[in-house]
Design a protein around this ligand. Structure first.
Ligand code: 6PG
Length: 247
């Protein structure tokens, strides 16, 4: 079932595994198209269980020339890359170790660095060097994969955090709170200028944030995932019916 919502297309599946498979199929298609158009593709991964399930399926997708795909991160926790909370660790287990991606194509965020702001600036330099810009002169990842938090966050852009208003940097540190470790995250311009954005959400806990995102009016500081309403490229929502309040 496909229902038009804000800019983009919505695909609502019955089962969580169908969401993961549908996402993998569409991400693979977007990567192949980017490679066909420009000989290379840039892919930026979020953390979270829902994206992670899609990565497992993506590793099995056929006919992707992974030697032409450069892998980046949307955000990372300030932990060692072997830590169970690391987005890199889970992307490695589900995708990097299971698809033939050359190690030199993998560009993880060094969020374990003591100088988190320095690590953010280092990653920004990498994005400026390696990611082609769009007509507005901003880096435009070919494919971005996002999850949605129950509080309405995406990437590591959390309600009330100043990173949500950052437009003069592409990567910034996000301070620790009682609930979560410090992180690195890309800022709204990076997400807004991506060519293909896939937003994954499953389960009853995502219904309310999705409704807040889809409302014509709302506060991006309360629901940072509303930034996707400013995306220049293709936005595809891949959700289960429960999250979408459709079933
Ligand atoms: C992170 C993510 C975050 C995640 C959402 C959804 O590092 O946690 O980048 O934005 O994608 O919180 O996570 P779930 O799919 O596990 O709910």
């Amino acid at each position: 079932m496909t229902t038009k919502v804000i800019p983009g297309q919505l695909v609502a599946e019955e089962e969580v595994s169908e969401v993961a498979q549908e996402a993998a199929t569409r991400i693979a298609r977007a990567l192949r198209n980017a490679i066909a158009k420009g000989s290379r593709a840039t892919l930026a991964l979020s953390g979270g269980n829902t994206p992670r399930d899609a990565y497992s399926a993506l590793a099995l997708e056929p006919a992707i020339d992974w030697t032409r795909v450069s892998v980046f991160w949307i955000d990372e926790r300030a932990v060692a890359p072997t830590d169970d909370r690391s987005n890199y660790r889970w992307a490695k287990a589900t995708l990097l170790d299971r698809a033939p991606i050359p190690p030199e194509n993998v560009h993880r965020m060094h969020a374990e660095a003591p100088d988190l702001d320095g690590a953010a600036r280092e990653y920004e330099r990498l994005i400026r060097e390696r990611v082609e810009v769009d007509a507005e002169g901003l880096p435009a990842f070919d494919v971005v994969v996002l999850g949605i938090g129950e509080d309405g966050h995406t990437a590591s852009l959390f309600p009330g955090d100043p990173a949500v208003d950052t437009v003069d940097r592409f990567v910034v540190p996000v301070g620790a709170t009682k609930e979560r470790e410090a992180r690195l995250t890309v800022t709204p311009p990076v997400i807004e200028h991506a060519r293909c954005v896939f937003i994954l959400a499953v389960g009853p806990g995502k219904r309310e944030p999705l409704e807040r995102i889809w409302l014509a009016r709302g506060d991006v500081h309360r629901t940072p995932a509303r930034i996707v309403r400013g995306c220049r490229g293709a936005v595809t929502w891949i959700i289960d019916k429960i999250a979408g309040g459709l079933g």
